[in-house]
Design a protein around this ligand. Sequence first.
Ligand code: HEC
Ligand code: HEC
Length: 286
Amino acid sequence: MKNLTKTILFFGGFFCCISSYAQNDGVTLFKTNCSICHTVTNQKLVGPGLGNIHLKRSEDWFISFVKSSQTMIKNGDPDAVAIFEEYNKVIMPDQNLSDSQLKLILDYIIANSPEETSEVAEVTDTPIEEEEELVFTEKEVLTGQNLFVGKINFRNGGPTCNSCHNVKTDDVVTGGALAKDLTESYSLLSGAGMKAILGAPPFPAMRQAYDGKSLTDEEIHSLLAYLKTIEEQQYDQHPRDYGQRMLITGLLGAFLLMGIFPALWYRRKKRSVNQRIYDRQLGSSN
Ligand code: HEC
Ligand code: HEC
């Protein structure tokens, strides 16, 4: 399993970089767009293994699903809903590919699927959970947090994660709402899945943000450490419930401002302008 993941990561990374020179063939299209999350066997990754998918789904279904799985799910297609539920509602990103490109991908999957035995499609998925659990040190967790919020810059200049993502914790300033909250992503995606995603983000907005600024292996490792810890600790936290702290800070702030303003504005007129005219007319020189 470990070796498989490595192989996939290797090819994922490799094809990702040469893709601009690559031909529009099925292998390349698959490796570039799908292999981060899918194998062509029965092996699960982030998504289900696609081996022999043609025995289970029609070509039309395949094309519609891959173009926009969420549209199909919203329209209540029973197979689409079922697989979405089965995969803990991890959203498969829409693939901006043409019908003919998707047919090439399907051909590639069919040609490379394992021989189907007579006990048809008895899914022998090896769940990812079997992988040994990654262990992280406290230092890695801290580095991960600092990277996530931008206290440490990424070596290759990528943007901080919390410019788009939030996590539920007391320790960090609230993050962005541009993308999904990552508090529970670690177990949804598994360590291996998340590692693959960070190595070569399959989501257009995120891919663009890290284009040419990819994260290093150590950075990814620290981020995994942090996101795993966040998920484990989320129930001890009281996110955004500032309660009394908020009230007290607010009052202190108000008093502080009340002190600062008169000091800055010490030359302001103490009495109204009319008062001076009035006084002058009375002949009193103040
Ligand atoms: C970021 C990860 C990710 C990427 C990239 C991705 N998928 Fe998926 N895919 C999923 C997940 C997760 C599911 C499970 C269904 C769900 O959660 O919506 C899925 C489900 C599917 C299914 C339905 C499988 C079934 O058993 O019915 C097909 C078909 C599929 N993907 C094809 C593709 C193809 C082809 C590509 C590349 C063009 C691709 N996917 C890219 C994550 C991904
Ligand atoms: C430019 C915005 C942007 C930045 C910066 C960004 N992401 Fe993302 N990320 C996205 C988008 C968009 C998605 C797709 C899911 C969604 O629509 O929210 C995503 C998805 C993910 C997912 C999959 C979540 C899931 O449960 O399916 C993970 C994990 C993730 N990002 C981690 C990170 C980490 C770690 C960083 C910092 C290194 C980061 N992202 C930086 C935009 C961003």
